[in-house]
Write a protein that binds this ligand. Structure first.
Ligand code: CTP
Length: 402
């Protein structure tokens, strides 16, 4: 089931590490390749030899191990895997991750990776319930980190409650889900969704461009929310302020025309959500050379050409039209009336309309107040965080697709 997949497995320092040896065996028999990493504390519980014997690969241990660095740098090491799994994830490791610390090999890999990270926490019940750990878990969940467990039960220390590391079988299920191979996991499992996000940059000359104030925050949150419901997400983004979510296929573009090509290349898809603030015009006479002041005081003249409307193009496809096409409408006046017209004009199924007038603080802010316009009518959502808007929209999409 996991043939061709590589798991970077970080073994933290906890008594539950003995169960990680069983996990390694399960991963190997499912066909996965392993890159084991053993923390200093981990070596107190399992030996490098037992890990190497079961994993079929010697565990990496030191950040500044010259031989390993010569073979493969830590950045590369953090990215060669399909998924990063931390088992056991100790309270200390999670606190470091939440704070972004990188003071050993494991934490450096966790900070440098561009892959999804799955934690199997294991700790004493008081440590798990401590407000500091609760805070750290909330931060990590917000960062898109996945969790398997912990279970409730009797612990090695004799106490009872949540904190026991999930069983290898449970962690295996979580690994399959994270790799998009879960059986019926999440309402959007098996679905492919395209999300466009961010602004586009339209060159004037090799050093100058025309852009807009989109931060990419709403599109990024939507991609993450769809991913969390099990969808395979193609995330096509212009140069945004916020980092793309982990666990999605990121296609970075600059211009509207590049974005259009990337969207077409990502088809077929079940759903397409067009959250990008695409520049309506590009500079027709953009040059290969920097425009210079020639000393005469003559001003350069820019000629414009209209960019393709990506949303309208995809909504109008006869072959390969996604079953659900969702557009956005950023309006400053008559939001609902303008957005309703836009829905018809562009031929999309839904429009997520918002008022981006100065003073609303929505453009570039953390919150959004949207109106969802569908074939059935208009729904006004209260002002809420962009993450919450994304979760609600993703849930509506899942519901509609059934
Ligand atoms: N859009 C697109 N390609 C474009 C322009 C817009 O895909 N070239 C998409 C946006 O991603 C968004 C929707 O169309 O989902 C609405 O974009 P908006 O800029 O609000 O509308 P415009 O088409 O620019 O209409 P107007 O200028 O009249 O507001």
């Amino acid at each position: 089931m996991l043939a061709g997949k590589r798991i970077l497995l970080i073994i933290g320092g906890g008594i539950a590490a003995y169960k990680t040896l069983l996990l390694i065996r399960e991963l190997r028999s499912a066909g996965a390749a392993l890159t084991p990493v053993l923390t200093q504390a981990g070596t107190q519980f399992v030996t490098p030899l037992s890990v190497a014997a079961l994993a079929g690969e010697k565990p990496y241990q030191e950040l500044f191990d010259l031989t390993d660095e010569a073979e493969m740098g830590h950045i590369e090491l953090s990215r060669t895997a399909d998924l990063v799994v931390v088992a056991p994830a100790t309270a200390d490791l999670m606190a470091k991750m939440a704070a972004g610390l990188a003071d050993d090999l494991a934490t450096t890999l966790l900070l440098a990776t561009d892959k999804r990270v799955l934690l199997a926490p294991a700790m004493n019940v008081r440590m798990w319930q401590h407000p500091a750990t609760r805070r750290n878990v909330a931060v990590l969940r917000d960062d898109g980190i996945l969790f398997a467990g912990p279970d409730e039960g009797e612990m090695a220390c004799g106490e009872f409650g949540p904190g026991r590391m999930a069983e290898p079988g449970t962690i295996m299920d979580a690994i399959r889900n994270a790799l998009g191979q879960g059986a019926g996991t999440g309402p959007l499992a098996g679905r492919h969704v395209i999300v466009t996000s961010g602004p586009t940059h339209e060159p004037i000359d090799p050093v100058r461009y025309i852009a807009n104030r989109s931060s990419g925050a709403q599109g990024t949150a939507i991609a993450a929310a769809l991913r969390d419901l099990g969808a395979r997400v193609s995330f096509i983004t212009g140069p945004a302020d916020v980092a793309p979510p982990v666990g999605v296929n990121v296609v970075a573009v600059q211009t509207a025309r590049e974005m259009e090509q990337a969207v077409k290349a990502a088809l077929p898809a079940d759903v397409a959500v067009f959250a990008a603030a695409v520049a309506d015009w590009r500079v027709k006479n953009a040059g290969a050379h920097k425009i210079k002041k020639d000393g005469t005081g003559n001003l350069p003249v820019l000629e414009f050409a209209e960019n393709p409307d990506i949303l309208a193009g995809i909504a109008g496809l006869t072959k390969e039209r996604p079953a659900l096409v969702v557009g956005f409408a950023a309006e400053t006046d008559d939001v609902v009336a303008n957005a309703t017209r836009k829905r018809h004009r562009k031929g999309c199924d839904w429009i997520v309309a918002n008022d981006v007038s100065p003073g609303t603080g929505i453009m570039g802010g953390d919150e959004n107040a949207v109106v969802l316009i569908t074939g059935e009518g208009t729904e006004e959502w209260p002002r809420m965080g962009k993450d919450e808007v994304a979760r609600r929209l993703a849930a509506r999409i899942a519901e509609t697709l059934g």
